[in-house]
Design a protein. Structure first.
Lengths: 299, 328
């Protein structure tokens, strides 16, 4: 066991640019988690003049109200990350349940799920999410729910097609002859065997969750002032970009590094798992083409 | 009805159109019920806490808030169908008059993206396919992955930092115009929004073009054409491209459908007087008739372009097209 996980880790490290992406993303996540505890100032206290340039005790200068940009930066990521994590887990879980059930049970249930998904994907989901959040108000539960709902149909499609491939495998047929329940077969036999594509989905969904949630808070539909939040900081300090660019540049850079790093890593993992599955069962290699359906409507 | 029976093509269009109308009906139901979700009294939520009883009463009468919800929906949907989406709550002007110019501004934006953003993406896809596996290919691919991941507002603000404030001051950071002016009078305000949206579209189009071009380049007929001694340009553009373009055209259409959401953020960043910025403004002022109308317009665009994507796939895929014209 130890050797296989070691081998797995080694293979992950050999991903080149994917490793770089992982390290970058983990760095930003670490900064967002540890940041609030090591910030030199309170993110809400005034530490200097408005848009005071960097230097003079303030590493990245001051923001529109004279608060320390560096401290707000350290404190402003955890909200986005937590919300993105919750939304991603909800969406992937719901999608996986729907997809595995549709792919294994087939028949009328499959048909029903697929038609519902078609309708869901025909909706301009991002716009509707914006509508709901703007009307009900920027409640965190609503944002997480909306983003999760956007993800679920895409994940369900991937989970369904992956399940269809293993639904007729010998080990599933064997489990059926031993009288195992459908639930047991889906959780014990199917799920472990579609783990790879689900893992890739998890990475993709997390990236899009961050992009969506940061975008909402940039538009003012996320955390409300004076809470430190990367998306909000960018919008608050836009006017003073010429005086203290750091107040905008730093949160922009962190969001960019996080999302880009995650995507580079996920892409490398997906290429790896695809190559492995092609190697293992010589099944028709999945199209190398970009998964636009997920990329597009997710955001 | 012979044309209908004869052509899979026509059948596809009709079926997709019916589905599209159905989707739009569902979207309008959702949009309508969403605005019913306003916490508490809708009139008070719109006017705020300091509103006088007279104004509340007037607004209730204007929005017919005391009628049953079904009747309200029927009246609203009927108004939309007859081209009258109602009156703005903010300045009392007809909503259609307010968003008409915004729609055309946004369409100009999207048109320019199609004109200046799409061809370079296609050409880069072909270039990367020709140089597949080499360093230039993998570096463009990494750039595409990065652009696909970065949120639109990050790209937009990044461009503003680069071209209009900190590094260079070449272009205006906002795309505002004086009332009565056309956006076409100020081409400089269009550059950054068009560039942003083009960069947003680039990764999807590039990757699809690259993938399908690689597939075509490895085919037997391309080998044959090469053996015939055709020039590389002729090989790629006359023999390769027509066979490789179909999936890319579909992706282009889907990308534009996706931009129905993307324009909201990008127009907001640049204060571009389009429909997306109109939506954000309407939300800020709780102008419900305008919100409803803009969301439906964006949804209509989304649905229409999706149908177009399906139709395009059939018409540019020789195999499907042949089937479409065959008699059953």
């Amino acid at each position: 066991m130890a050797t296989t996980s070691f081998r797995k880790a080694k293979r992950l490290l050999s991903l080149g640019i994917g490793t770089v992406g992982l390290v970058l993303a983990l760095g930003v996540i670490l900064l967002a988690i540890v940041g609030p505890f090591v910030a030199p100032h309170s993110p809400l206290d005034f530490a200097g003049a408005p848009y005071q340039p960097a230097g003079d005790g303030l590493l990245l200068g001051a923001d529109s109200l004279g608060r320390d940009v560096f401290s707000r930066l350290l404190a402003g990521g955890s909200g986005i990350l937590a919300l993105a994590a919750v939304a991603t887990i909800m969406g992937v879980l719901a999608g996986a349940i729907m997809g595995v059930a549709a792919g294994y049970l087939k028949g009328a249930f499959d048909e029903l799920v697929m038609r519902v998904l078609d309708v869901a994907m025909a909706f301009p989901q991002t716009i509707l999410a914006l509508l709901f959040v703007s009307i009900v108000g920027p409640a965190p539960w609503l944002i997480a729910l909306m983003v999760g709902v956007i993800h679920a149909p895409q994940v369900a499609r991937v989970a369904r097609s992956a399940s269809l491939k293993v639904a007729d495998a010998d080990f599933v047929l064997f489990a059926e002859t031993t009288g195992a329940s459908s639930w047991k077969i889906m959780t014990r036999e199917i799920l472990p065997n579609i783990f790879d594509p689900l893992l890739v989905e998890l990475g993709l969904r997390f990236t899009y969750s961050i992009a969506l949630i940061a975008g909402l808070s940039f538009l003012g539909f996320g955390q409300q002032p004076p809470t430190p939040d990367w998306g909000l900081m960018i919008n608050e300090n836009r006017i003073g970009m010429a005086q203290n660019p750091w107040a905008v540049l730093a949160p922009i850079a962190l969001i960019a590094v996080l999302t880009i790093g995650m995507n580079l890593f996920t892409d490398a993992v997906s290429r790896l798992t695809r190559a492995r599955s092609a190697e293992l069962n010589e099944a028709e290699p999945q199209s190398q083409a970009l998964d636009l359906s997920s990329a597009g409507s997710a955001r | 009805m012979d044309w209908y029976k004869d052509s899979v093509y026509a059948r596809l269009v009709v079926r997709r159109a019916i589905l599209g109308v159905l989707t739009l009906f569902l979207v309008s139901l959702v949009v309508f019920s969403a605005t019913q979700l306003l916490p508490g009294d809708t009139a008070r939520a719109v006017l705020g806490r300091s509103a006088t009883p007279e104004r509340l009463e007037a607004l209730r009468a204007q929005l017919h808030l005391d009628d049953p919800a079904i009747l309200q929906f029927a009246r609203w949907a009927g108004g939309l169908l007859s081209g009258d989406p109602g009156i703005s709550l903010v300045n009392g002007k007809p909503v259609a008059e307010l968003i008409g110019p915004r729609i055309s501004n946004s369409l100009v934006l999207l048109g320019l993206v199609g004109l200046f953003g799409i061809p370079p993406s296609i050409l880069l896809g072909i270039y990367a396919a020709l140089r597949r596996g080499r360093r230039s290919d993998s570096s463009v691919s990494v750039v595409a992955l990065a652009l696909a991941a970065a949120p639109e507002f990050v790209i937009a603000i990044g461009l503003i930092l680069l071209f209009s404030t900190v590094v260079f001051q070449w272009l205006p950071p906002v795309s505002m115009i004086r009332p009565g002016m056309s956006i076409l009078d100020r081409p400089d305000i269009l550059v950054l929004p068009v560039l942003t949206l083009s960069l947003v579209c680039f990764p999807y189009i590039f990757r699809m073009m690259r993938a399908s071009m690689i597939e075509v380049l490895e085919s037997d007929y391309m080998e044959m054409a090469k053996l015939k001694g055709l020039s590389p340009a002729r090989l790629v553009f006359l023999h390769g491209l027509p066979n490789a373009i179909a999936p890319t055209v579909q992706v282009i259409a889907l990308t534009f459908a996706y931009l129905a959401g993307g324009v909201v953020v990008v127009e907001y960043v640049f204060a571009f007087p389009g429909i997306g910025q109109g939506l954000i403004n309407a939300i800020a002022t709780r102008d419900i008739p305008t919100i409803q109308c803009i969301v439906l317009a964006l949804a209509g665009f989304y649905v229409a372009v999706n149908i177009l994507a399906d139709v395009i796939v059939v018409s540019v895929t020789p195999r499907l097209r042949a089937r479409a014209w065959q008699k059953p």
